[in-house]
Ligand binder design. Structure first.
Ligand code: GFB
Length: 321
C-alpha cells in the first residue's frame, strides 16, 4: 500500500472504521474514499456495483457491519444475518470484479464455538456448536471468512479476514439497549455518579470473562496487516487451505464484575452493583490465542486501564457538555 493508493474504508463512521480512518490520515495516506450510509447503501447490490465501477479502489477495509451487544444480537436476529450477509456479499464480490489489490474483512471472536478450549486458536473454527445469542451474526461472519478464502483460492485474490476480540473506544455505541458491555457500564456508572445513585445494574451474573481491545490498537493492527501480510503468508497446509483468518486481541481477559470495578475506580463511583440474572451471560469465556499475529510481528499497545481512561475523557467531551 503506497501513500497515494486509493483506499476505501467501508464503515468509516463506526468504532473501528473511524479509528482506521484516523490512523491512515495520521500516517500520510492521502487518497482515502469514504461514503455515508445515505450516499451508498452497502446492502444494495446495484449501488455497490456502481460505486466500485466508478471509484475503482485499490485497497478495501471492510469495517461496515450491523453490530451490537448481546441483547441486540439476540433480539434482531434476522437483521443481523441479513444485513451482514448483504454487505459482505456485495463488497467482497465487487472487490473481486474490480481487481482490488487487497481487502481486509473484519469478523468477530463470536465465530468460535461456545465451549471452545481457551485460549481460542484460529483452527477451532467450525469444530463445535455456536453460542445461541449471537448465532445469526456469527454465521454471517463465518460466511465472510469462507468467502474471502474461497475467492483467494479460485480467483487468486488477496482477501484477508481478521477476528477481533471485544472492542471499545471513541465513537462506540452508548445506547443501553443495543451497546456492548464496556460502553454500557461506562455510561451507567458515570450517570449514577452524577445523579448520586447508590446502585448500578449489571446484566447477568458478572462471571463471564471477556477480553477487550482498544479501537486504536485494532486500527493499528488492520493497517499493519494491510501493509505487510498477504494471503499466501497465512497458508499452513497446501493440501487443505482453511483457517487462514487472524485473531486480534490482547491475550488477557477479566470477569464482567472485575471490569465493572475497574470502571468504577476510574470514574470514582462509590455505590454498589446489582446483578440482573434474568439477562443472559452469553459465552462464559472467549479469550483469543494471539500467537499467529505475534509471530507476524504485531502486539497491542494500550492497557485496559489506559484505554478506558482515554475513552472516558472522550465520552465526557462528547456527552457531558
Ligand atoms: O458486550 P456484550 O453485550 O456482548 O456482553 P458479548 C458481554 C457480557 O457483559 C455479557 C454482560 O455477559 C452481558 O450479560 N453485561 C453486563 C452487559 N452488563 C451489561 C450491560 O449493561 N450491557 C451489555 N451489553 N452487557 C457480543 C456478541 O457478545 O460481543 C456479538 O453478541 C459480538 O456477536 C460482540 O461478537 C463482540 O461479548 O456477550
Amino acid at each position: 500500500m503506497q501513500k497515494g493508493s486509493k483506499i476505501y474504508i467501508a464503515g468509516h463512521t463506526g468504532l473501528v472504521g473511524s479509528a482506521i480512518l484516523r490512523h491512515l490520515q495520521k500516517n500520510g495516506y492521502q487518497n482515502i474514499i469514504t461514503k455515508t450510509h445515505k450516499e451508498l447503501d452497502l446492502t444494495n447490490q446495484q449501488e455497490v456495483k456502481n460505486f466500485f465501477e466508478k471509484e475503482k479502489p485499490e485497497y478495501v477495509f471492510l469495517a461496515a457491519a450491523k453490530v451490537g451487544g448481546i441483547e441486540a444480537n439476540n433480539t434482531y436476529r434476522a437483521d443481523f444475518i441479513y444485513e451482514n450477509l448483504q454487505i459482505q456479499n456485495n463488497v467482497i464480490h465487487q472487490s473481486y470484479l474490480n481487481n482490488v489489490k487487497k481487502l481486509l474483512f473484519l469478523g468477530s471472536s463470536c465465530i468460535y464455538p461456545k465451549n471452545a478450549p481457551q485460549p481460542i486458536k484460529e483452527e477451532y473454527l467450525l469444530s463445535d456448536e455456536l453460542e445461541y445469542t449471537n448465532e445469526p451474526y456469527a454465521i454471517a461472519k463465518i460466511a465472510g471468512i469462507k468467502m474471502c478464502e474461497s475467492y483467494n483460492l479460485q480467483y487468486k485474490t488477496n482477501f484477508i479476514s481478521v477476528m477481533p476480540t471485544n472492542l471499545y473506544g471513541e465513537n462506540d455505541n452508548f445506547d443501553l439497549k443495543t451497546s456492548h458491555v464496556l460502553p454500557a457500564l461506562l455510561r451507567k456508572i458515570h450517570e449514577a455518579k452524577v445523579k448520586n445513585q447508590k446502585h448500578v445494574e449489571i446484566w447477568g451474573s458478572g462471571n463471564p470473562k471477556r477480553e477487550f481491545l482498544y479501537s486504536d490498537d485494532m486500527a493499528d493492527a488492520c493497517v499493519f496487516i494491510m501493509e505487510n501480510i498477504n494471503f499466501q503468508d497465512l497458508i499452513k497446509d497446501k493440501s487443505e487451505i482453511r483457517n487462514t483468518h487472524i485473531n486480534i486481541g490482547t491475550g488477557e481477559d477479566l470477569t464482567i464484575k472485575e471490569l465493572a470495578n475497574l470502571i468504577k475506580k476510574i470514574i470514582g463511583f462509590e455505590g454498589e452493583f446489582v446483578f440482573d440474572t434474568t439477562k443472559p451471560d452469553g459465552t462464559m469465556r472467549k479469550l483469543l490465542d494471539v500467537n499467529k499475529l505475534s509471530k507476524l510481528g504485531w502486539k497491542h499497545k494500550t492497557s485496559l486501564d489506559n484505554g478506558i481512561k482515554k475513552m472516558y475523557d472522550w465520552y465526557l467531551k462528547i456527552y457531558d457538555k
